[in-house]
Structures are given as C-alpha cells and as structure tokens.
Design a protein around this ligand. Structure first.
Ligand code: THU
Length: 127
C-alpha cells in the first residue's frame, strides 16, 4: 500500500472520530511489517484527560493483531493541515519502529509530507 492510499484510509477513519468536546477529528492508518494496515480514530471522554489519539488507537489494533514492527503511520485531520502526532504518540511509535525505521505521513498544503521518527523524536528514550 502506498502513502497516498494510507492517507485516504486515515481520512476515512477520521469520519468515525468521537470528538464532541474538542471537535477535532483525527484518523490514522498504520502499515505493519506484515504488509497489513490498521486504522484508528480519536475518541474522547467527559473526563477530558482520557482522550485517546487516533494514532495510538490504530497502533493498539495492530498490536492486538499480533504486529510488533511498524513501518509507517499516516495521519489525517479535516481540521488541520500537516497534523503531526502529539508527543505521547511519537513515543509509542518509537517503541514499535521497524528495523528500517518508521515514516510519519501527513497531508500538507502541497500533497503529502513524510517525516522520519528520528526527525520528530530526536534523542529518544529506549530501554
Ligand atoms: N489528537 C489525535 O488524535 N492525534 C494527535 O496527534 C493530536 C491530538 C486528538 C486528541 C483529542 O481527541 C483531539 O485530537 C484534540 O486534542
């Protein structure tokens, strides 16, 4: 699956977002080493701090399906161009980066933009 297709799946997933408090919808699409893709959306709670980001939702689904290595994560929000992941999601992506690294794909003003996890999370913490 190419990165353009992944952004389209992330856009589809964003339509399922449950974001009545922030009104900020996000969808994510994860490409695992197996070649399988998994999607997720953000979902919020009346206890605001319990919101789960789209990226961690999609990664959780990948993990629940037996994946341990992730090659790429595409992110789309209808509310923001260049919607890069929050710090918590960057740390979670870092945990499951593939041996070839992990690309983060967002939709910019002039098409897709590709970042590496090293660019978005330099000097990362690893055990
Ligand atoms: N959100 C995501 O789903 N992913 C991000 O990378 C940034 C933030 C969600 C969390 C919350 O539901 C809403 O966007 C506003 O912060």
């Amino acid at each position: 699956m190419n990165y353009e297709e992944m952004i389209k799946l992330a856009e589809e997933a964003s339509k399922q977002a449950y974001a009545p408090y922030s009104k900020f919808s996000v969808g994510a699409c994860v490409l695992a080493d197996s070649g399988n893709v998994y999607t997720g959306c953000n979902f919020e709670n009346s206890s605001f701090g319990m919101a789960i980001c789209a990226e961690r939702n999609a990664i959780g689904t990948a993990i629940a399906n037996g994946e341990r290595k992730i090659n790429a994560v595409a992110i789309f929000s209808p509310n923001m161009l260049n919607c890069t992941p929050c710090g918590a999601c960057r740390q979670v992506m870092n945990e499951f980066k593939s041996d070839n690294g992990l690309d983060i794909i967002v939709k910019g003003e002039e098409g897709i933009k590709i970042y590496t996890i090293e660019e978005l999370l330099p000097e990362s913490f690893n055990l």
